[in-house]
Design a protein around this ligand. Structure first.
Ligand code: PMT
Length: 413
């Protein structure tokens, strides 16, 4: 792998010598690019000795450009790793500055960029830094969050750069996952290129009063994994997300909702513009009949509070019965008789396919990064071994592609 290792200003720059050594020892090529701030902490010669290549540090040095210009350098890399990444560089990356060689390379590349922040803990938690991080994550930057520990300034807290071996392992893992995804994308062929996919994910919260609500354990990971896979396979993705704590996959249109009613309205607004609708959201089946505008007071004499609930719209069933509709694929979250109940839902809701997964005690469905699922149609099914939801996202889409699904009917191959 060809690694472009960016070094920015920070005392942690000395650790990147070891990181360089690890990459070289593992047989990878390393081109180090240093900012002026980095050179204030460590000599370029140290990196040149370890990497075997002259360190690049200037955007306008004609001698350096004669070898490999900054644009070629941006193309040369398979992976850009910036370790340490200062708060200043995070801010520059966020607004797209190109005022030094490293930030220019990051603007000129289409290769993956991994940032490894290192700074004082108050700087790390500063609202501006945290906002920069969130924006970069949404653009597809991989962020290796800093560790907590003693800092050069003597204070203790989050902001300490990860140890070189941990960074090395995460870079290798990211490359392995990318290669896997590339294989999955190739396997799926061009089926998803240009398709439009509407996906729901996460829970819905049904408010009881301004303080309390009825929710569930969905984290959104399964739906977000499908959205990320679909986008990487060339689809145009609209993701309707209930209240979740995870970042959007890059280049996905996200619509945030809270209640089942709000999710229903969002789906009604978008379903007609889509070729596929995949409902991975854990939509509440019921909502309270009377949502209180004031916090319900505890009545001293009563030990039991009764709530009257009324059914929510079955969103996926509603889409499935629309005359002009996308291919409709649901999920079945079951604690027992998983395949049997899933097949029943497939029929009862008139879906084109359903993805069965087990939830409850000891099961992986909710919250976990892993899952095991079975894709079922009226006359076929694909079982997948337990795996990461991110990988299953690709595998499910490849299986769906092979089914030649058309709205309202299935011609399984
Ligand atoms: O989000 P994670 O933590 O990653 O967990 C993933 C998951 C377990 C939530 C996901 O894999 C999953 O199973 N999602 C569907 C959960 C669910 O509501 O299943 P269900 O069997 O109750 O509903 C069947 C189908 O009807 C689902 O596609 C659901 O989105 C849909 N539905 C349900 C109720 C409702 N009012 N409207 C709906 O559209």
């Amino acid at each position: 792998m060809k690694i472009l290792l960016g070094i920015t200003g920070g005392i942690a720059a000395y650790k990147s010598l070891e990181l360089t050594r690890l990459f070289i020892k593992a047989g990878h090529q390393v081109q180090v690019v240093m900012t002026a701030g980095a050179k204030a902490f460590i000599q370029p010669l140290s990196f040149q000795a370890l990497s075997g290549s002259p360190v690049r540090d200037s955007l306008f040095d004609c001698h350096q450009e004669a070898g490999m210009g900054h644009i070629e350098l941006a193309r040369w890399a398979d992976q850009i790793v910036i370790a340490p990444t200062s708060a200043e560089t995070l801010a520059k990356l966020r607004i797209g500055r190109a005022d030094n060689l490293l930030t220019t390379l990051c603007l000129a590349t289409d290769k993956p960029i991994m940032v490894v922040p290192a700074m004082n803990h108050l700087m790390w938690f500063n609202e501006a830094t945290q906002e920069n991080i969130q924006v970069l994550k949404q653009r597809g930057f991989e962020v290796l969050e800093p560790a907590v520990g003693e800092q050069a300034c003597g204070e203790v807290g989050a902001g300490r750069m990860l140890e070189p071996v941990a960074i090395f392992e995460q870079v290798m893992q990211a490359q392995k996952q990318r290669l896997q995804w590339e294989q999955d994308v190739l396997q799926g062929g061009a089926f998803w290129q240009g398709k439009s996919v509407l996906i729901t994910a996460g829970p819905t919260f049904e408010d009881i009063d301004p303080v309390r609500f009825i929710g569930n354990r969905s984290s959104g990971k399964m739906g977000f994994a499908l959205a990320e896979a679909a986008q990487k396979m060339g689809a145009k993705v609209t993701l309707v997300a209930g209240p979740v704590q995870i970042s959007s996959p890059p280049c996905v249109k996200r619509v945030d909702v809270r209640s089942a009613d709000q999710m229903f309205h969002a789906v009604q607004e978008h379903y007609k513009d889509n070729d596929f609708f995949i409902s991975a959201a854990a939509v509440a089946d019921f909502k309270v009949v009377h949502k209180s505008i004031q916090k319900l007071k505890k009545q001293a004499k009563e030990d039991i509070l009764s709530l009257s609930l009324v059914k929510n719209v079955d969103i996926i069933a509603w889409v499935a019965e629309q005359p002009k509709r996308p291919v409709v694929i649901g999920f079945a979250a079951e604690t027992e008789h998983v395949l049997g109940y899933a097949k029943a839902k497939l029929k009862q809701k008139k879906l084109d396919a359903i993805i069965a997964n087990e939830v409850g005690e000891g099961a992986k469905g909710f919250e976990s990064d892993q899952n095991s699922v079975t894709l079922i149609t009226k006359d076929s099914f694909f079982s997948f071994d337990e795996g990461s939801k991110k990988r299953l996202g690709f595998q499910l889409l490849n299986a769906i592609a092979s089914l030649n699904l058309r709205s309202g009917c299935v011609e399984s191959i």
